[in-house]
Design a protein around this ligand. Structure first.
Ligand SMILES: Cc1cc2nc3c(=O)[nH]c(=O)nc-3n(C[C@H](O)[C@H](O)[C@H](O)COP(=O)(O)O)c2cc1C
Length: 162
């Protein structure tokens, strides 16, 4: 039986919102967990969807991917990241390349989805970084991007309906 697992890392919630929307649109049983709280065994799942926020050039789930790369490269894995730097920028390409090559090569697909900054929630350190980078304080979260992930999953045969 093909078992599906969705693991995510989200500091301020926008990635988790995308995950909820995605889970609602995936048919059939699917285990969903914050990657830090996941206590199951990756080996029990044949399909693994990973979603992660990006901070300071790092797709934050990268540590988990590194620790579990042997299993992940033998599974059907889809990855998406969330951030405010556009997907086609050099910085985003560099963040993606921090993912171990053997996992990257094996991915069913990858997308970067637009995120959100809520200044009121940020700590002092994060506010200083934002001042230095002059990042725009935007809310670009848009669930239509989840539809693109669903299309990718259909095309790769993981979901029915392509
Ligand atoms: C201190 C700080 C650093 C950030 N660094 C990046 C970055 O390197 N690349 C990027 O695309 N977005 C960056 N962002 C934007 C976040 O990825 C974006 O706010 C995202 O929606 C956060 O996801 P979360 O709400 O799930 O934590 C940064 C935001 C903050 C506050």
């Amino acid at each position: 039986m093909k078992r599906k697992l969705i693991l995510y890392r989200s500091k301020y919630g926008s990635t988790k919102e995308y995950i909820k929307e995605l889970a609602d649109r995936i048919e059939g049983d699917c285990v969903i967990s914050d990657v830090k709280k996941f206590s199951g065994n990756l080996k029990d799942y044949s399909i693994i969807i990973l979603g992660s926020c990006t901070y300071m050039g790092r797709i934050m789930i990268v540590d988990f991917i590194r620790e579990n790369k042997k299993i992940l490269k033998s599974r059907k894995v889809y990855l998406f990241s969330v951030g405010l730097i556009p997907e086609d920028s050099e910085a985003s390409r560099q963040s993606f390349e921090l993912i171990p090559e053997e996992v990257r090569r094996n991915l069913l697909g990858y997308r970067k989805l637009p995120g959100r900054i809520s200044v009121a929630k940020l700590n002092f350190f994060e506010r200083m970084i934002l001042k230095m980078t002059k990042a725009k304080l935007e809310d670009l979260v848009n669930y239509s991007h989840v539809g693109l992930i669903i299309d990718d999953l259909k095309e790769s045969g993981i979901l029915k309906g392509a």
